[in-house]
Design a protein around this ligand. Structure first.
Ligand code: MN
Length: 511
């Protein structure tokens, strides 16, 4: 919810050029901030916080930024030489994301009229270098955007950072609930939850499925009936499913009940994401007519809750659950959608070799190419082998980016791969939602690089995000990012991983 957040703009100045110059710069800054807000391209409101003319003023603004929950990040611009020693104490204290905007009030040089008064107001060419130097000397992580403030390209780069900074704030107050534990013996989806909270902000809790069942028991049958009606309105389906005495209807009804139970417990606990495990669905025997528990993993519920913005990871994958919530949060208002996905099976087909992306049930319908279809089929995995409802669809054939976080033992690594989704085919005998993609730069290189980087089979995919979002995210979090893209070659990528190993070993504060 971007409207809950704001970005603070601080203009660096000094009193060397007299009070009048600062008054003019103040007016310019207001106009620039207003221009950015009115551009309609930046979803988080930018708030002008005035000029900072001394060490004391800088420190006061940074302390206030730290203490204001609405403020997700600070943008700085030096209209002139703002001696950077006066930024040291403030920057030492700032614990919010930082964007340095290298811009200027004036666009083109007024060759015939330019005088020293003009220069006093348009000196960011050297002022921003002084500021950049101190940030680099202090080893501060930040984004530098260069461009005139009226330029859409510069505004879009600020918008990317604004979305990431807001998602970062969202993740500092994020609770992920694991219903059941991690799938036994799986390494790549597990990791250090304590380090995750220190480094990435979110908190991961365990909730026994028996507690979820207390919510399941309290679900009102009339609410389930109404939700089933919503399903039939929203999704394509066989008319036969609507027959109330049929086994199919019962499966859909059970899926709706599971969704209501899950949403209720997530709301009650203030959780932003969750994981499930097909081996832990409630304790009783499904053959007992009075059994308590889900009839199969709540797949349809997970699909719909993902579309609503809840983070989700299958088989206890809490890192993916948290990352998906962040992907969804960053993409709010963008048109093409995102989903949790799993590398399912390979399709060797020459230059079009690709990877089918799917899961047993849990793919977010936001990425669907056409209206999803509600179907009921048998699912023979886990403690409950039963008929179960799910949304079936194929996904848009467009470019996107997928990401995962792995725990390397001494640090987290964010792995990002640009991918191109291609036209998929129906799977009549495997009725699940899916996407089909070629990883960049090509199937062989992309898959090899992902494997060398230690990437998961689970990832968080988006059509709307680009690697720039992930670059900003990794910068804010202070974690490694390995980006597999159209220029990747295996020898260079391997070296990058080796160099990163040394870099992070030397920079203990980032491990
Ligand atoms: Mn899985």
């Amino acid at each position: 919810m971007f409207e809950n957040y704001e970005i603070w703009w601080v203009t660096g100045a000094q009193l060397l050029y007299g009070g009048d110059a600062v008054i003019s710069v103040d007016a310019h800054s207001k106009e620039m901030v207003e221009g950015l807000n009115k551009s309609g391209r930046i979803p988080v409101k930018i708030v002008y916080k005035g000029t900072a003319n001394s060490s004391r003023e800088v420190a006061d603004i940074m302390k206030a930024a730290n203490n204001d929950d609405r403020c997700v990040g600070v943008m700085t611009w030096m209209h002139t030489f703002s001696p950077a020693k006066m930024w040291i104490h403030g920057l030492q204290q700032l614990n919010k994301p930082l964007l340095h905007f290298h811009t200027q009030y004036n666009a083109e040089i007024p060759w015939d009229t330019m005088d020293m008064d003009f220069m006093n107001l348009n000196q960011s060419a050297h002022g921003d270098r002084e500021f950049g130097h101190i940030c680099t000397r202090m080893r501060l992580r930040r984004k530098v955007v260069v461009g005139h403030w009226t330029d859409a390209k510069a505004q879009d780069r600020i918008a990317v950072w604004a979305r990431v900074a807001a998602a970062w704030a969202d993740s500092q107050d994020m609770l992920i609930i694991r219903f059941g534990d991690q799938m036994n013996n799986v390494a790549v989806t597990d990791g250090d939850k304590v380090e995750a909270e220190q480094r990435l902000g979110y908190h991961v809790d365990y909730t026994p499925v028996s507690e979820l069942m207390e919510y399941w028991k309290k679900v009102d049958a009339a609410d389930v009936d109404a939700l089933v009606e919503t399903y039939f309105k929203e999704y394509a389906h066989d008319k036969a499913l609507e027959e109330k005495e049929s086994a199919g209807y019962k499966s859909v009804w059970n899926a709706a009940r599971a969704e209501l139970a899950l949403r209720a417990i997530l709301k009650a606990k203030g959780a932003k994401g969750f994981t499930t495990n097909f081996d832990d669905l409630g304790c009783d025997d499904i053959n007992d007519p009075n059994f308590v528990g889900f009839d199969q993993i709540p797949g349809l519920a997970s699909q719909r809750l993902m579309a609503e913005g809840y983070g989700f990871g299958a088989e206890g994958d809490w890192k993916s659950a948290a990352l998906y919530r962040t992907v969804w949060f960053m993409s709010q208002g963008l048109p093409k959608g995102c989903s949790f996905l799993e590398d399912y099976t390979l399709n060797f087909d020459g230059a079009n070799s690709s990877i089918l992306q799917a899961h047993m049930l849990e793919i977010c319908p936001l990425i669907a190419e056409e209206r999803p279809r509600l179907e009921v089929h048998f699912l023979g995995i886990g403690v409950r082998k039963a008929q179960t409802a799910r949304l079936v669809f194929t996904s848009k054939p467009e470019k996107g980016v997928t990401a995962t976080v792995v725990d390397l033992g001494n640090r987290f690594r964010l792995i990002v791969n640009d991918v191109e989704c291609i036209k998929s085919k129906p799977l009549p005998k495997l009725p699940v939602a899916s996407a089909l993609w070629i990883p960049m730069p090509d199937f062989e290189t992309g898959a090899a690089a992902w494997i060398l980087a230690g990437g998961t089979h689970h990832s968080c995919f988006s059509y709307d995000l680009t690697s720039e979002y992930w670059e900003d995210y990794a910068e804010i979090a202070g974690i490694e990012m390995a980006h597999i893209n159209k220029d990747t070659t295996i020898p260079t990528f391997k070296n990058e991983l080796r160099w990163n190993e040394v870099y992070y070993m030397l920079n203990k504060s980032l491990c």
